[in-house]
Structures are given as C-alpha cells and as structure tokens.
Design a protein around this ligand. Structure first.
Ligand code: COA
Length: 154
C-alpha cells in the first residue's frame, strides 16, 4: 500500500520579499488596506509578522505587536479563495500562542462593526467586546467605529 502524502500549510516569519504577495491579498480583501510601508514598518519594529503558505502559495498572514505584557493583533488576513476553510482560526490560534510565549496576559484587537465574518470568528474564539472607538476607521462615507475585543491568555 502506498502512503498518500498531503501538503500542510507552514507558518514562517514574514520578510520584505513577501510583501508583494501580501499586498496582492491586502488590496483585494480590504476597502482601506494597509500600505506596503505599514508592513515594512511592522517588520522593522520587530512585530510578530507571519506568513501562512501551502506549497509556496500565500494563503494568509498576521501581524501582532507584543509590549508591556499585552498583545495587539494588528492584522489578520486570509486570501479570498481560501476563506472559510479554517485558516483564519488557525492563524488566530498561532497569533495567540506567540503572544502568550512572549509574555502577554491578554490580546486586543479592533474590528469594524460591519465586518460580521471576522466578528463571528473572534466571538467563537472567546473574544469579548470591551469598548467602542468612535470614528476609528476610514470609511467610504466619513468614518466607521471600531469594536475593541479582548481575550485573556493563560
Ligand atoms: C476574517 C478572516 C480572517 C477569517 O478567515 P477564514 O479563514 O475565512 O476563517 P475560518 O474559516 O477559520 O472561520 C472560522 C469560523 O469563523 C466564523 N467565520 C469566519 N468567516 C465568517 C464569515 N464570513 N461569515 C460568518 N462566519 C464566519 C465561522 O464561525 C467559521 O467557522 P465555519 O466556517 O465552520 O462556520 C477572513 O475572512 C479575512 O481575511 N477577511 C478579510 C480581512 C478581515 O476582515 N480581517 C479581519 C480584520 S479585523
């Protein structure tokens, strides 16, 4: 009987060389995407930036900042054709594990009230809403609030 080898996605440190592919996803999934400079600055600042690739193809990525015992998830993204297959949940688990390893007691994030899919993911993961930041995000017409969510890390 021959063994069937199945490829699995791999988490890796994001590098400058990844940014063209990162931006190709970023530009299609957000109305107000991060710029290449936002990612480059995150790399220089030493934030925890990871890519998630399957057989070389970029499926997703995240950026988490850990400082003073707290983590802030700044970006979590999955390519459109790979969404709803569990990658977002896996990346969220990895981001939380890295934050915990780096000594964070909790992880915070902002999400748009209009982003029901992301909210569903975070709620299912155990995040709870602690605040609203008024007019935090740019929007097509004016500004949009941000919901601030948090999860205790033990
Ligand atoms: C939000 C995002 C990261 C989720 O990634 P994903 O790989 O599609 O999520 P998963 O497949 O791991 O979803 C896990 C669970 O979260 C919930 N969920 C995720 N996306 C959802 C959606 N669009 N609608 C409703 N529930 C959703 C579901 O409970 C889902 O489980 P199910 O598929 O068994 O029902 C992805 O949709 C994305 O990149 N969106 C654009 C960028 C973005 O909004 N990022 C977050 C900014 S705060």
């Amino acid at each position: 009987m021959s063994a069937v080898l199945k490829s699995v996605p791999l988490l890796a440190a994001m590098r400058e060389a990844d940014l063209a592919e990162v931006m190709a996803i970023e530009d299609v999934i957000y109305t107000h995407p991060w710029t290449r400079g936002n990612f480059a600055d995150s790399l220089v600042a030493g934030y925890e930036c990871r890519t998630w690739r399957l057989d070389g193809a970029l499926l997703g990525y995240f950026v988490v900042m850990v400082a003073a015992g707290e983590a802030h998830l700044l970006n979590l993204s999955v390519a459109p054709s790979h969404q709803r297959r569990g990658h977002g949940a896996t990346l969220l688990r990895e981001a939380a594990a890295i934050a915990r390893l780096r000594g964070a007691r909790g992880i915070f994030l902002e999400v748009r009230p209009s982003n029901a899919g992301a909210q569903a993911l975070y709620t299912r993961f155990g995040f709870r809403r602690i605040a609203v930041r008024r007019g935090y995000y740019p929007a097509h017409a004016g500004r949009e609030d941000a919901l601030v969510l948090t999860l205790a890390l033990r």
